[in-house]
Design a protein around this ligand. Structure first.
Ligand code: GLU
Length: 644
């Protein structure tokens, strides 16, 4: 509640009409969905928004909300009914409607994932594991992808609900469990933290005589010896399955006894590793370790490799790690944050067999793969991903799993160190698509218009494109000239910015300087080859005053105007839900209604008017939305604006 009160407070200073930000949170959310402004919202519209944001009908956090929606049937909700309907999950509903869940633009993200999925599906290289029949007999064509965010948004593609053998993907989770049960100090007395530089099942120990790390077989067997070691074997195994149930939000992994039998039948190498460690006195009881203890550790290792899960469950467990140990769908804490950090660190350096270094370098995310064809990826603080397809490459990683990871990283800035790259060619799923586009220009435009030379200089240093214009093709040079900021004009021209960009009306920066009466700026522009344009602004009826609002978040204003120009109603709803006043004006006094009118988007103009957008807003040149519609000959909009 607090945050929204603040939002409202810093919202407007000069608005002169009662607008949405002045009313309660529920009313704001209601208004966002009330497209036709008749004071009614259809329950299905609410359901569609929630599902569109990646939330599921089965989500326990929203069971009350979805039950209430169901109870409404086809009857539209008024504000009171709407408020009651969302009451049991209103915070989550609010974040969904505002686009502030972990993945902001879930629809766009989902589409791109589906596209990558289709491309990767074509990749049929590699071969499945053949060392035991239950793996050799799996249909290699299968391909599943699931992504679960730390806010419990879910995405499933292909065979995402088909069970697979988890194999080595159990290792980081067993390691986490050993840490929780035995403590970090004891676990690392027995297991190191270095990549081995050898195959995952090599007969090697580190120089200090420990298995190198918990992600290779020797270390994983040792982890199993440390999980609830005082309990009988079947209890220890149940304890592990219970932990999975908590990480997956209520799904117990299935156990394939035949797989275990086959692992045992062919498991000499693992037995050899275990006895090599026993011989070195590495098990918890040192040289006193008894044979049955070694066999129990092996047994537990074979059994946990033989658990079966589907992509959705595995992605949820990975999302629990991404979320610092709290399952995103049940909100239950399963591991301590330190345990999670340790597990992620070792996944990052050792999780992908002999490709671990390369994977850490190019993909830059903690991951673990298994010979069953699964790759588990964690994007800390954002999401868990499970990719599953049986065909493996030479080192044992799923071909499609690695292929998908590569393409994912080509598309999104998810590498751990992407935060330092300022990469403009890839998107950040944490930011709505439109907002990202807005960021590229709004900062330079506001900085130029307020005379913030320091920011302009920094952006020039960073190589930002300072010629980029907004929806009206207004560029930083136009705005610096219009406001008479000589130092900024000089900076931009010195940096080689073109002196004669044209805005929507054909106006150049020189026109702006002259229009604003900034002679010094005009002289400077003249000297550097600037010319006048043929700026055409229709501004009739100058008597009316301006009724637009100013708003404290300039980026949101530009986003709103861009949404109106692009007829992006979904983005406009999100901004209403956030409390951005729809009649907020930008650096040129332009409002959403100006932009909607100029582009001829009747339904956008209707939405704005129904939500209280005043008609009498004037831009820098005195033009109203009606003038805009007239100039651009948008007859439908003209009719709408003249009605009444
Ligand atoms: N059960 C397999 C083994 O220990 C696991 C292999 C793997 O997925 O890395 O050999």
């Amino acid at each position: 509640m607090m945050a929204y009160t603040n939002l409202i407070d810093y919202g407007t200073t000069t608005n002169r009409v009662p607008s949405i930000e002045a009313i309660q949170r529920e009313a704001r959310l209601f208004a966002a969905l009330d497209d036709d402004g008749d004071g009614l919202v259809h329950p299905r519209a609410l359901q569609r928004e929630l599902q569109g944001a990646g939330l599921r009908i089965t989500d326990s956090r929203l069971s009350g909300v979805f039950a209430a929606i169901e109870a409404c049937g086809e009857n539209p909700m008024d504000l009171a009914t709407f408020t009651r309907t969302i009451s049991s999950g209103s915070l989550l509903v609010e974040r969904a409607l505002q686009g502030s869940l972990a993945v902001a633009d879930f629809g766009a993200f989902q589409q791109r994932m589906a596209h990558i999925f289709d491309l990767v599906l074509e990749n049929r290289s590699g071969d499945q594991a053949r060392y035991i029949p239950p793996l050799a007999e799996v249909n290699p064509e299968q391909f599943g992808v699931s992504i679960v965010t730390v806010d419990g948004q879910q995405l499933e593609l292909g065979d995402s609900l088909t069970d697979f053998s988890i194999q080595s993907t159990c290792k980081p989770f067993n390691y986490a469990l050993a840490l929780e049960d035995a403590g970090e100090e004891i676990v690392h007395r027995h297991i190191g933290r270095e990549p081995s530089g050898q195959r995952f099942n090599a007969y090697v120990l580190s120089d200090d005589n420990r298995p190198h790390n918990p992600m290779i077989n020797a270390g994983a067997i040792m982890c199993c010896s440390l999980i609830k070691r005082d309990l009988p074997l079947h209890r220890r195994f149940e304890h592990i399955r219970d932990a999975w149930e908590r990480m997956t939000g209520g799904f117990k992994p299935r156990f394939n006894a035949f797989m275990t039998q086959e692992e045992e039948r062919t498991g000499d190498r693992n037995r050899a590793l275990a006895y090599m460690m026993k011989n070195e006195g590495l098990f918890p009881d040192g040289h006193d370790a008894e044979d049955h203890q070694v066999r129990a550790a092996l047994d537990l290792y074979f059994r946990t490799c033989s658990l079966e899960m589907n992509c959705l469950e595995m992605a949820t467990a990975a999302a629990t790690l991404a979320n610092g140990g709290v399952c995103p769908t049940t909100l239950e804490r399963v591991q301590t944050p330190t345990t999670v950090r340790n597990a992620l660190s070792l996944m990052h350096s050792c999780g992908m067999y002999d490709y671990s270094g390369e994977f850490a370098f190019t993909i830059g995310l903690p991951a673990k793969s298994g010979v069953g064809g699964a790759v588990v990826l964690v994007v800390p603080g954002l999401m868990g991903i499970c990719l599953w397809s049986p065909r493996l490459d030479k080192v044992g990683n799923s071909v499609r799993g690695v292929d998908f990871s590569r393409r994912l990283l080509k598309s999104y800035t998810l590498h751990m160190y992407d935060s330092v790259t300022h990469d403009r060619d890839r998107d950040d799923p944490r930011v709505p698509v439109l907002r990202r586009r807005v960021r590229l220009v709004s900062q330079s435009l506001w900085a130029a218009s307020t005379g913030d030379a320091r920011t302009v200089r920094r952006m020039l240093d960073e190589g930002a494109d300072m010629e980029l214009g907004d929806y009206d093709l207004r560029s930083p040079l136009h705005l610096a000239a219009a406001e008479g900021h000589l130092d900024v004009v000089q900076l931009l021209l010195d940096a080689g910015v073109s002196p004669n960009p044209r805005d929507r009306w054909g106006g150049t920066p020189l026109d702006d300087a002259l229009g604003g009466g900034h002679e010094l700026v005009a002289d400077t522009l003249n000297r550097l080859g600037a010319t006048s344009g043929t700026s055409v602004h229709l501004a009739k009826d100058r008597a009316t005053t301006d009724a637009s609002a100013s708003y404290g978040d300039p980026e949101a204003v530009v986003e709103l105007l861009w949404a109106a120009a692009g007829a992006d109603l979904a983005a406009m709803r999100r901004l209403v839900a956030l409390g951005v006043p729809l009649h907020a004006a930008d650096y040129d006094g332009r409002t959403a209604l100006h932009l909607g009118a100029a582009a001829g988007h009747v339904h956008v103009c209707e939405y704005l008017l129904r939500h209280g957008h005043p008609r009498s807003c004037r831009d820098r040149w005195g033009a109203t939305p009606l003038d805009e519609a007239r100039r651009e000959e948008r007859l439908d909009v003209l009719e709408l604006l003249e009605r009444q």
